[in-house]
Design a protein around this ligand. Sequence first.
Ligand SMILES: O=C(O)CCC(=O)C(=O)O
Ligand SMILES: [Fe+2]
Length: 216
Amino acid sequence: MEENKSLAFSGVALNPLYEVIIEDISKQHFTIVDNFLPLSLVNQLRINLVNKQAEDLLKKAAIGNRTNELISKSIRGDFIQWMDEKEAGPTEKLFFAELNSLIQYLNRTCFMGILHKEFHYALYPKGTYYQRHLDTFQNDDRRVLSMVFYLNEADWETKNGGDLVIYQPTETGEHALHIHPFPGRLVIFESQVLEHEVLPVLESERYSITGWLKTR
Ligand SMILES: O=C(O)CCC(=O)C(=O)O
Ligand SMILES: [Fe+2]
């Protein structure tokens, strides 16, 4: 990501959190933001997701993009529902408002040219996982940034498994960075650069919202 040093001339008020996000991504291709949204909002979003599950609205996730889908349980075992910003309820509106503010900042200060976004709820039942992959594999080279926002219960324990593992290339090979899916945590990474996987969920269910910021 190109970092623009002329913020002072862009008419955008400096946002320290967004600046950290931009610096992290430009240096290491990913960032981890804890408490991106208040826990009350995280809890409400999780309740939305659990209600969708109860109403049988979640579908087996597929490999591919929204229009070109192939279901393969051995690759990923999560259940999803795509979000529609136009149909968003009050909590989802707050979520999208935060997201749009970040997107606007990225576009104004880094000229990222993000024109589209697509987000879905995801639920990983116990025993499920998502094998190592690159998000742009999925028939979509317009994906620039991948975002995962975790909605797990406040008492989520690391023994529950379900870590996100990001593989960072190093001079000698690669480093596997394990990220616990703690509630309120947002992970952003470059979709075209970092391979990653979701380790098997060993206990409980794993809740999240996953999405992509896209160009063109
Ligand atoms: O839930 C996560 O931590 C990552 C999910 C993921 O990699 C994906 O949906 O493409
Ligand atoms: Fe992914």
